[in-house]
Design a protein around this ligand. Structure first.
Ligand code: URA
Length: 209
């Protein structure tokens, strides 16, 4: 079974309080989501492999460390995933970015893919799927299924807030995918919003309603 890691770093938890607050303005909300994305990336990348390299400092030659060429691909789930992607990309500028767009079929409530574009060598890459909210789990499951269909296999899922229902669904469908979250909330409401949650992440990021 996959690992679920709740990131309890005080900076993350402090910022999450403002992110949840309905009175936080759009601009601040966007900045905070971006910042938490970066802090989470720091933790998610903790185990990346390093290799030794020789570097000439102005004083002498020394052995320094470098990421060992492992290739990374970020996959934000449109559209709310975009809110966390940029800061993670800033930390890992060599990462490629795939995108996947999903909508919910109003009758079946299934997540349906309407857009997908991934790097051609996705099967070689460590893949970070990004979506701020893991609610029912339907989008996460569908996005990861779509990536696996194209050959991706080393996948981690990063989100701000998860509902226990979503974690269960994702773990059941993709037991090989570790899940990194900033908060595990109580439950879903009858409209599949996370309680207490933060409302609609996409609307709050982009100022829509
Ligand atoms: N998506 C959101 O943006 N918010 C929720 O609470 C659930 C899904």
């Amino acid at each position: 079974m996959s690992k679920v890691q709740v990131m309890e770093h005080p900076l993350i938890q402090h910022k999450m309080g403002f992110i949840r607050d309905k009175n936080t303005p759009t601009k601040t909300f966007r900045e905070l989501v971006d910042e938490v994305g970066m802090l989470m990336a720091y933790e998610v990348t903790r185990n990346l492999d390093l290799e030794d390299v020789e570097v000439d400092t102005p004083i002498q030659t020394t052995t320094a460390k470098r990421l060992s060429g492992k290739k990374i691909c970020l996959v934000p789930i449109l559209r709310a995933g975009l809110g966390m992607q940029e800061s993670i990309h800033k930390l890992i500028p060599s990462a490629r970015v795939g995108h996947i767009g999903l909508y919910r079929d109003p009758d079946t409530l299934q997540a349906i893919e309407y857009y997908a574009k991934f790097p051609g060598d996705i099967e070689e890459r460590d893949i970070f799927v990004i979506d701020p909210m893991l609610a029912t789990g339907a989008s996460a499951v569908e996005a990861i299924t779509a990536i696996k269909k194209r050959g991706g296999s080393k996948i981690r899922f990063i989100c701000l807030i998860a509902a226990p229902e979503g974690v269960e669904v994702l773990q059941e469908a993709h037991p090989d995918v570790d899940i990194y979250i900033a908060a595990l909330d109580d439950r879903l409401d009858e409209h599949s919003y996370i309680v207490p949650g933060l409302g609609d992440a996409g609307d709050r990021l982009f100022g829509t309603k």
